[in-house]
Design a protein around this ligand. Structure first.
Ligand code: GAR
Length: 212
């Protein structure tokens, strides 16, 4: 399978994916695409010897045209948004319908969009986590594939919560990519399900709760 990972900044999720690939837990060929030529993630791609490309983000139409051309040229099957901080146009999403996944640092449908940790702390929720979902034309609304959760304690702040959730992201995203590689994710009645490894029946992945 050929997968393009879209990044914009730090790239810690990218690194978790490339580590999993190096350990043999993932088998895909990856390329990395950034809308930020200065992204630290590009250095990570370089360290792992992975083809990487950066395009100026504006104008968006040109950015997406260039990216689509590259995706076709490289015969990309799936796109993983791993800290990609731009919204893809609905035309772009249509080209790769049900073949784009995103990781979001909250338990969707709670706290879509930005500033999620701040909003979770301010709202006083007792649990948060991360969600991997298919991307559709509405931001953070595509079907949910998997989630991982953590508790929020009274002394957590934005920073400590972000750290806890990022740890979960680094486990969840490689796991979902491995399910994609094994063709175990399917959508029925607007919901994503995971097939059991052995007998093909649907299973519920364990939800991990990480207490401090
Ligand atoms: C991650 O927390 C990811 O979930 C979030 O940005 C961070 C990127 O970190 N993505 C979004 O908020 C997308 N809406 P990373 O660059 O170290 O992987």
């Amino acid at each position: 399978m050929k997968i393009a990972i879209f990044v914009s900044g730090r790239g810690s999720n990218l690194e978790a994916i490339l580590k999993a690939r190096k350990q043999g837990l993932l088998t895909s060929d990856f390329i990395v695409i950034s809308n930020n030529p200065k992204a630290k993630a590009l250095h990570i791609a370089q360290t792992y010897n992975v083809e990487h490309y950066a395009f100026e983000p504006k104008p968006k139409k040109i950015f997406e045209e260039k990216v689509l051309l590259l995706l076709k040229e490289k015969h990309i099957d799936y796109i993983v948004l791993a800290g990609f901080m731009a919204i893809l146009s609905k035309e772009f999403v249509k080209e790769y319908e049900k073949r784009i996944i995103n990781i979001h640092p909250s338990l969707l449908p709670s706290f879509p969009g930005i500033d999620v940790h701040k909003r979770a702390i301010e709202r006083g929720v007792k649990f948060s986590g991360c969600t991997v979902h298919f991307v559709n034309e509405h931001v953070d609304e595509g079907c949910i594939i998997a989630q991982a959760i953590t508790s929020i304690s009274y002394d957590d702040d934005e920073e400590s919560l972000a750290k806890k959730i990022l740890n979960l992201e680094h486990k969840l995203l490689p796991q979902v990519i491995s399910w994609l590689e094994q063709d175990r994710i399917y959508i029925k009645d607007g919901k994503a399900h995971i097939k059991d490894e052995k007998n093909g029946s649907t299973f519920n992945p364990d939800i991990e709760v990480f207490n401090e």
